[in-house]
Design a protein around this ligand. Sequence first.
Ligand code: XMP
Length: 326
Amino acid sequence: MEKAVRPPKMERITTKALADVFIEKQIKEIRKQVGDKKVLLALSGGVDSSVVAALLIKAIGKQLICVHVNHGLMRKGESEQVIEVFGRELGANLIYVDATDRFLDLLEGVSEPEKKRKIIGGEFIKVFDEEASKLEGISFLAQGTIYPDILESDGVKAHHNVGGLPDDVQFELVEPVKLLFKDEVRVVGEALGLPHNMVYRQPFPGPGLGVRCLGAITRDRLHALREADAILREEFDKNGLAGKVWQYFIAVPDFKSVGVKDGKRYEGWAAIIRAVNTTDAMTATIEEIPYPLIHHITDRITCEVAGINRVMVDVTPKPVGTIEFE
Ligand code: XMP
């Protein structure tokens, strides 16, 4: 990756007015760089790729081709939101690939975390490559590289970039937010009119729910995890915790225990709640969730999600745990 150095005097983008100036400047630069050529972008729906997509749509419209690969490990509603926001509202040239079966078939029976990550990362590149090779006349590849990615590209976060693309791609890069920090990307995203929940999304690993569906992924347990996670997010939103907690999610281990439901024996999985606060993701503390809310979430998950018969709370800080429960 080309190293970019943020000019020492570059003003931090903290307001809509500053974001608007940045946007206008980038639109000019993108048009100058791209001309009448076509640009390809892997649009995950995460903050960075979404902001780059919105910026490029503004600058070059249909010359941008977005590819959204649904690996089947997205959170509830995420791929749908990408289609709604970019396909319908912004009128993007969007290719949606539902590759769920490809990913889940490959992951069948694989329980080792790093092996799962490698399979997901490798297959993502394959699917994206296949889509790219179907297109003609693409000269540029847009990427949501942000400044910390450049600073950390040799360090700890390197192994996280699962959605990375092969080294032999022959495109010139378009990286309009590569000098920005995450909070600045968010301000720019809001100025571009992207939905608040997309721009302020909590961090989410590239391999998605694949890392939280512990052990070998099965479709029924993945479904239970997705539904339980949606309930947790909804309750955190409603109860004012969403803006206070840095990252919160459910993990579901691959064993069942005995429970009782409607007077009958009911074997099910446990849903494990994890909610942490951190500033740099290198260390993390546990956010206290009020007990009445834990009871309410427990009631909802055990009543509404088929296959779950227990709810637990992980109270392990990082270290000794990692943020993810993998
Ligand atoms: P851990 O679990 O290592 O995670 O304490 C630190 C932070 O990184 C996020 N994470 C990822 N982010 N791609 C990403 O972009 C990944 O593959 C990935 N894996 C973990 C994790 O969610 C936490 O915020």
